[in-house]
Design a protein around this ligand. Sequence first.
Ligand code: AMP
Ligand code: MG
Length: 578
Amino acid sequence: MLQSRDVAVVCLWTLSRAFCLAWAPDLIVNPKKSELGSLHYALNNSDHCQRRLIVSSLKLWSVSVEDVLGQLPVDPVKENYVRKVKESIFSHVYPTPFSSETRLVAFSEDVLEGLLDLDSSVAHSSDFLQFVSGSKTISGFVPLAHRYGGHQFGVWAGQLGDGRAHLIATYVNRFGERWELQLKGSGKTPYSRNGDGRAVLRSSVREFLCSEAMYYLGIPTSRAASLVLSSDAVWRDQFYNGNVKKERGAVVLRVAKSWFRIGSLEMLSNSGEYSLLKKLVDFIIKEHFPSINTSDPHRVLAFFSTVVSQTADLIARWMSVGFAHGVCNTDNFSLLSITIDYGPFGFMEKYDADYIPNTSDDEGRYRIGNQANVGMYNLNKLLLALNPLLDDRQKQLASAVLAGFPNLYYSRFTELFRSKLGLLGDNEDDLALIASLLNLMEDTGADFTMSFRQLSEITLEQLARLSIPQDFWALHEINQHKDFSAWSSAYLQRLQRNPEDTDADRRQRMMRTNPRYVLRNWMAESAVLKAERNDFSEVRLLQRVLRQPFRRQKMAEVSGYSQKSPEWANRLKVSCSS
Ligand code: AMP
Ligand code: MG
C-alpha cells in the first residue's frame, strides 16, 4: 500500500530538485593578445572574474553533435524518403536549401551573443545568412531529424517526428551551457509524411516574435536566433476552406537546451523499444537533470516527478500572462517543460476561460482554461510511456505524484497571481480574492493584461475613491461591474495587512510582474501583413518592444500596443496552417 508519507516525500523532493540550478563549469579559453584577431572580450556583469569570448566570424566558430551521436542511435538508412523508422532516435538528413535568394528578416542579438557567443556583427555576413538558411555547413555540422510520436487531440498519432526541422548542432557556450540549434522550415525529412518540409512567413514571424517575447516575460521557452525569408513558393490553404494560396518559405533558427518531447519517449515505448527508451531517458537525465543521480535506481521516478512539477509551473506561468498555446499535443510538450512549437497560440484579451486561440480546435480541447487539465493528461501519457522502466512500487509512487499535479498547479497559480496583485505573504482568502477579480473580468469582458497592469499603475488613493484616470481603459471596463467597488475595498484591506509596505513599492513590484505589452494577435498580424509586402519594420519594432514588456515605451504607446485592440482584430483567425 502506498503511504501518504511516501507521496509527501516524493513531492517535496521533487520541488527542491526542480529549483536546483545546474553548475556551469568555466570553459573560458584564454587566448594571447596577438591571437585576438576578430575576437573580443567583454565583462560579464554577473561574474566579474569571468571573461567572455565572443567570436565575430563564423569561421572561428564550431559546433558539434558528437555528444548526441556518440550516445544515441541514428537511423542507418541515409536516403531521404518518408518511412517508418525503427530503433533510432534520429535520422541523418541535410536541410534542403531554398532555390531562390534568401534575406535575413530579423535576428536576436541576445541569443547570438548571450547563448551562442557570436558577436551580432556576424549576422550581417553572407556566411551567417547561408548557415541559418540551411545552405551552408560549418565545422562540426551533422544535421539530424528527430523521430518522435505523439497524442494529437487525444488520439495516438503514431510516428510524427521532425518533418520540417533539422537539429543542426549542439553548442557549449562560454558559461558551459549546452544549447541545441534547430532550423524549422528547412526541408523534407523521413518524417515529413505528406508535408512539404517548409514553413511560411506568417507562422515564422509569429514564432520568432513570440518565443523571444515569452523569454522576456520570464516564461521558460525555446528561443529564436534568426528569421530568414526566401521567395520559394509554398502553397497553403490557410483556413482549410479550399482557398489555396502561394506564400513564401521562411526558416527560423530555434535554440533550446533540448528539443525532446513527451512524444519522444512515447514513440519508443509504444513500439516496444524498451532498451532504447531506457537509453534515451538516461541520456536526458544525464544531460538535463543534473540533480538526479544517474545511478540512482529511482532516477526514472525522480525524473517523472521533476517533469510533473515543472509542467505545473509552466502552465501556471502561461496562465499568469494569459497565454494559450493552442496545440497542447504530447509532441508539443517539452520534457524540459519549456514552451515549444509555437503555432496557433494567442494571448487572451477580454478575460474568458473558454478562450480558444486556434480556429481549427472545434471542440475547444486546448482552450485556455483547460490547459492544466491537458497538462495532466499529457503527463499521464508520459507516465504510461515510462511504465516499462518502473517497478510496481515505483509505478504506485509515480501515480501518486501525478495525482499531486493539481495541488502543485494551484499553489503555483496562487503564488503567481498573488504577486500579480502585489500581495505580500499569504492569506487563506487570497485565492478567493484572485478568483473574484477574475470573475469580474469575465462578467465585464475586461482586458486581462491591461486590467492587471492598470491595477499596478493606479495609486491606492485613486483606487479607494474609484477615481480611475481617464486613460485606464481596462479598469473602466471592470469598474462597470457593480461589485468592483466591494472587490477594491477587500483588496485594499488585504494590502493593509502589511503596514510596512508602501504604495510606491507595491506599484513598482506589480509593474515588474504585470506586462504592459504582450504579442496580441492583431500586433502579430499587423507585422505579418507588412512583412508580406517586404516591410519588416514592425517585426523589428515588436521585437524591440517585447524585449522590455514591463517598461512603458514611447514607440509602443504611439503604435497603440497598450490600447484596446482595434475592431478588425475581432475578425482575426489563426489556424494550424503554418
Ligand atoms: P506541428 O503542428 O507544427 O507541431 O507539427 C506536427 C507534426 O507535423 C510534426 O511532426 C511536424 O514535423 C509535421 N509537420 C507540420 N508541418 C509540416 C510540413 N509542412 N512538412 C512536413 N511536416 C510537417
Ligand atoms: Mg510540433
